[in-house]
Design a protein around this ligand. Structure first.
Ligand code: CA
Length: 223
């Protein structure tokens, strides 16, 4: 589980980061709204913690920008004020929940767990891209209505692709998300699995879905 923390107060950010890391989450920190938006657009996070008062771009604008870019990652808003207006503004902007500062870490952790759980439940619905359909509960895949038989690793790789379509996924990102490893010697294995996957989902079709981004990694794209 990977979490983005957008928080300009260094002490608060490191308190949250240390706490969540000790609970087994992977945590990235952005110190202003612009950096937060750019990290959230470039990486598949499971949850975003967004402070409201931020330099460069405030948190609510940042959330609106992410939702406009079709990034559906759950957002927990961290607000300094507990007024109804602030909470309504936060929820209107597309945040999923809010927490008023100062907060106890246990309270934050409870909210984080609830949002991450809700996120994974919602991820139970079929996912489609172009003529590809994937059932994340049964681990079944269809292309143009015809079922494709994949191994567990090929399926995990395709699920990562279809959850992040039209984005360049580096070999490192793939290693982290599909294999939970991050060492360079692993990249050959990724190439081998991508080729297995291509044989099964692309070989018999004119429109190719899995594309090589030269020198970087791969992208799921219909062209
Ligand atoms: Ca702040």
């Amino acid at each position: 589980m990977r979490i983005l923390v957008v928080e300009d107060e260094k002490k608060v950010a490191s308190f949250i980061q240390r706490g969540l890391e000790s609970e087994g989450f992977q945590v990235d920190v952005a110190a202003d709204g612009e950096e937060g938006v750019s990290l959230a657009k470039g990486n598949p996070y499971d949850l975003i913690l967004m402070d409201v008062m931020l330099p460069k771009m405030d948190g609510l604008t940042a959330i609106r920008e992410l939702r406009a870019a079709h990034i559906t990652t759950p957002v927990l808003c961290l607000t300094a004020k507990d007024t109804v207006e602030d909470i309504v503004a936060g929820l209107d902007s597309g945040s999923d929940d809010y927490l008023t500062k100062p907060f106890a870490f246990a309270e934050l952790l409870a909210r984080v767990r609830a949002l991450v759980r809700r996120g994974s439940r919602e991820r139970g619905a079929d996912i489609t891209y172009a003529d590809l359909r994937l059932d994340p509960v049964a681990h079944k895949v269809w292309r143009a209505g015809k079922e494709v038989d994949l191994t567990a690793k090929e399926y995990a790789l395709l699920e990562y692709f279809i959850r992040n379509p039209e984005k360049t996924l580096t070999r490192n990102m793939i290693a982290e998300h599909v294999w939970d490893y991050t060492f360079d010697s692993f990249t050959n294995i990724i190439d081998v699995y991508v080729n297995y996957l291509r044989k099964k989902i692309d070989r018999d079709f004119t429109t190719k879905l899995v594309h090589t981004v030269r020198g970087v990694g791969y992208m799921l794209k219909a062209e």
